[in-house]
Ligand binder design. Structure first.
Ligand SMILES: Cc1cc2nc3c(=O)[nH]c(=O)nc-3n(C[C@H](O)[C@H](O)[C@H](O)COP(=O)(O)O)c2cc1C
Length: 208
């Protein structure tokens, strides 16, 4: 049995609090070695999952043409989003992806089950939530290697799947931009820019 020390706890705490969502203006194109990429994916693959179903798959996108097509889809959807937020001038100036600037993109998929899954008989989304656990593992593992991750959600899943040739048995959970960065900000950008405030633990915990 591994027993962790106070120092280990401090390091984990630091990795968690120093994790950031990275957008295009902070990525650089420095190569991520195959060994390190495998390590991030192994961390993802070590996530908990409902009924130990491990319903995740990862599509690594290095091809610039595919990235370009995904970027065009982002631009289209973000133009619509700008209209939704038109009363807030700030939205227009936000950089909300790093598709082309990051070394690789990773599409994270949920493989829909063909038979009943232990633990998922009542709450049907548990498999999808398991995939999100894998994403968080990857995100933290990346941070421990000083690699940035940015989640891009302003995309139609159907369109992304078409561009990547992904079949119907999969659901797109996340589209990630992954790469080395010039800097990790200390504070979430949306907080610095005044879009949202960080909540305190007190605000989000209640006892009954
Ligand atoms: C499910 C999910 C979807 C997100 N989608 C986007 C996105 O489309 N574009 C973006 O710039 N950031 C996206 N983010 C990142 C958040 O904006 C970011 O996590 C938040 O501002 C807090 O900053 P931090 O991650 O650096 O702590 C997403 C994060 C999550 C968890």
């Amino acid at each position: 049995m591994i027993k962790f020390t106070k120092k280990d706890q401090q390091i984990l705490k630091q990795i968690i609090s120093a994790r950031r969502d990275i957008r295009g203006h902070h990525f650089n194109k420095k190569e991520i070695s195959k060994e390190i990429l495998d390590e991030l994916l192994t961390s993802a693959n070590n996530a908990p999952s409902v009924g130990f179903s491990q319903p995740w798959e990862f599509v690594i996108i290095k091809d610039e043409d595919k990235k370009e097509q995904i970027y065009k889809e982002f631009e289209k959807q973000n133009t619509k989003a700008k209209k939704i937020f038109e009363s807030n001038e700030l939205y227009k100036s936000l950089k909300l992806e790093g598709i082309k600037e990051s070394y690789v993109n990773i599409a994270v998929l949920y493989k829909k089950p063909k038979s009943d899954v232990l633990g998922q008989t009542v709450q049907k989304k548990m498999g999808e939530y398991s995939v999100v656990c894998a994403i968080q593992n990857l995100w933290l593992s990346a941070r421990s290697h000083n690699i940035g991750v940015g989640w891009v959600s302003i995309l139609r899943a159907k369109k992304v799947k078409k561009i990547l040739g992904i079949s119907k048995e999969y659901k797109l959970i996340s589209y990630l931009c992954v790469g080395y960065v010039d800097t990790f900000l200390d504070t979430p950008e949306l907080e610095t820019l005044g879009w949202e405030k960080k909540k305190s633990v007190k605000e989000v915990v209640r006892w009954v």
